[in-house]
Every structure is written in C-alpha cells, then in structure tokens.
Design a protein around this ligand. Sequence first.
Ligand SMILES: [Zn+2]
Length: 444
Amino acid sequence: MSRNSFRKHLSMPGMLNEMRACFDRIPDPIKARDFSLPDCLMSGLAVFSLKMLSLLQFDTQVRGGEDPVQARNLRTLFGVGKPPSDTWMRERLDEVDPRSLRRCFTSLHAALQRGKVLEGWTVLGGHLLISVDGTGHHSSHKVRCRRCCMKNHRDGTKTYYHQALGAAIVHPDMKEVFPLAPVPIRNADGTTKNDCERNAAKRLLDDLRREHPHMKAVIVEDGLASNGPHINLLEEKDFRFILGAKPGDHDLLFNWFEASETKETWERRDRKTGTVHRFEWDNGLPLNDANFDLKVNMLKCEETDTKGKTQRFSWVTDLPLDRETVMPVMRAARRRWAIENETFQTLKARDAYRFEHNFGHGENHLADVFATLAMLAFLIDQVQQHCCQLFRKAREHQKRILYLWNRMRSLFQTFSIPDWRTFYLAMSGDMKKPELADMLPDGP
Ligand SMILES: [Zn+2]
C-alpha cells in the first residue's frame, strides 16, 4: 500500500462514510425541519475529530457569514449538508439515546475484523484482551440533568456527576487501544438510587456478548471486580478473566495459597533488561468464604529491576496457570493500565478530546452523547494511527500529536480543503506554499 493512498475502510474517509450510514439509521423523532439529526451527529463528531476548543468557537466560525470556509470543509470532509448552530446541535443531540450510537463502534470493530487487523491482536490461545474500567466525565455542584447521579455532602451541598464504564481491546505489544462503546453510568428517569459501576459492568458484559456472540476474550479488571457475583457473570457470558486481587480483600484465598502444598514457583531473568520475575501460582483455590465452591487460579508476581526496585502483583484468573502461561498472563494483566493511561488520560487531555469539558449538559442525554462521540473520535484516531499510512506520515512530520491537532485545526479554519488526502498531505509537509495558497478561499 502506497504511503499516499487510503485503505478503503480503515481510513478517515472510509470510517466517516460508515459513521454517516450508522447515523442515518438512528430514528429521528422530530424529522428535522431545519437541521437533520445525522448532520448534527456528524458535526458533533467533527468537534472531537478536529479537537475543537469549544462548541461555541465551532458555531461562530462555521456559521459566520463572513467566513464560510469551515462550513465548506465540514461539507467536503464530513459530509455535513447544513451545519447546525450550537444551540440546535445541543437541542437535537439531547434527544439521542447514547445506546443508539453503539452500532458505530461495532461497525468499526467489524471493519477491523474484516481488514484482518485483529488477527494480530490475539493473546493466550486466540483471545482478544479487553481492559475494563470506569471514569468520570462530569462533576458539578450546579450543572445537572435528570440523568445525573447525585452525592449528598454533610454540609448540605450536592455533587451531580456522570461516569462511564469504558472497555478497550488492548495488547501487551501494541501502543494503540481500540475502545468499545462506553456504558454510561447514570440514572434512569424517575429513579432516586444512583446507578453504579457494578450495574454498568453487567450491562457492558450483556452488550458485549450480544454484539460479539463468537468473540473469544479475556477481560482484565482491577481488584473491585474479583468478587463472586461478577466472576459468575463472566463465566455465564463465557468470558475468560484476569482480575486484580489484594490480600486485604481476600484473606481466605491468600491464606489458602500460602498453606498450599501444590503451588509452584519459577524465577526468570530477562536477558535484555536484567529484570527478574519471580512467579508463584496455584490452580483451583476457593475465592472466599461466601463463594467457597467458586474455584479460581491465583498468580503472584514479584518483579525486581536492576536497581533493586521491587513491585508485587497478584491476580485471580480462570486461565490454567503453568510455567508456559504465567509470563503471558502477567503481561496481559498489566496491560490493564492501558484503559486508564492510554484511553482516559488521552481523552481528558486539555488540547485533545476534552472529555471532561462541558460542551453543554442538556436535560436528558446530551452529556452522555458528547462523551460517547469523544470516545468514537478517539477510536477512529486509534484505528488511523494503527492502519493508515497517510495519518502516520502526518503525525511523524508534526513530531508530537498535539502539534498534529493544532495543525489540523488551523488548516481546517484557513483553507478550503477538497478532500482528506489533500488534508493529510498538507499536514505531512508534502504541499508547497503555492499549492496551499491555491486552497485559500476567495477574498471578498
Ligand atoms: Zn446530568
């Protein structure tokens, strides 16, 4: 594949076409008189794809009659027929149930599957590794909607918040992550009891199994997940698991492990780095008193680097542990951090997706729709980073990802860009000044 051409499906134009097709299928209760729902959704996605600083900036600059260049770019690059004002965008997106956006994620994952990308992402006998964790994207004493969860404080004040349970396909040797549709943690209409991560985890596993009935996956989660009901659910849904386990939460398990006569140990020094791993493991131990019949395998790992710094980890899993598997299980377990470090932190970065920024809270779904669109834009960028030569070339040329986003924004705001290929060539430094000048919009 040439460095200057796009793959049909796993490129920005291919993925945006697919997103448009998904948006077109979402029922539009109003049958928009002024702005169509797909145009509003695509404009929302564009805000996050272009890393716009605010909705307002987008609004005044896109619609300002004096400078229609952005409106034109929104049409040619994102297929938006008529860009909505910020008020209209908020109003229309507030009606969209974020669940209806799940299809956008499954269709991109299907494209990754068809493009044979995920074949290179399996571990531990053909399983995909899925890291799951929760994060917040809204917290305020004042701004609220009817879906907000609420915390009462002793001094009588209240905090209104939204969280989401995120999940992403990760791999120990890959720096990209491929998020699945996030599950909003928020209240249903008329309920007073706050939704929580545990309920959301149930919805996430239900959705994941329904949308990917044949997927072989290992779910990796932190210590909060190593409880009986959750492990039973993972087994019921036919997922393998590796879950953090801390001594304080699992007295019986750790005592059983220490007293075990069948546990095995193995020490290994990495030839390249000099790091020493000391593994201890045993299979078929009782999880706890309340779930004595629920048997798990337990792995402990002590890692000492050449400076003598030691870290200790422990997990429970249903994967059989032996000398062949302890190393790959440990590496898979530690890739769990990718959901926190590579996903949530990148999403929250100030000059990028601005996941926690209040682009508008709405009364119903808006806060969660914006969070979902931010995650979708992030997935699209991760796919580009992994699969698209033109994107990678632009990124290499700009040196840092934030420089790339800055350049992208400024080109979008200044030049009339005919297509994505030209856009990326301009970001790659492949276009000479006169060629760029040709793309300047006509003066008054
Ligand atoms: Zn709210």
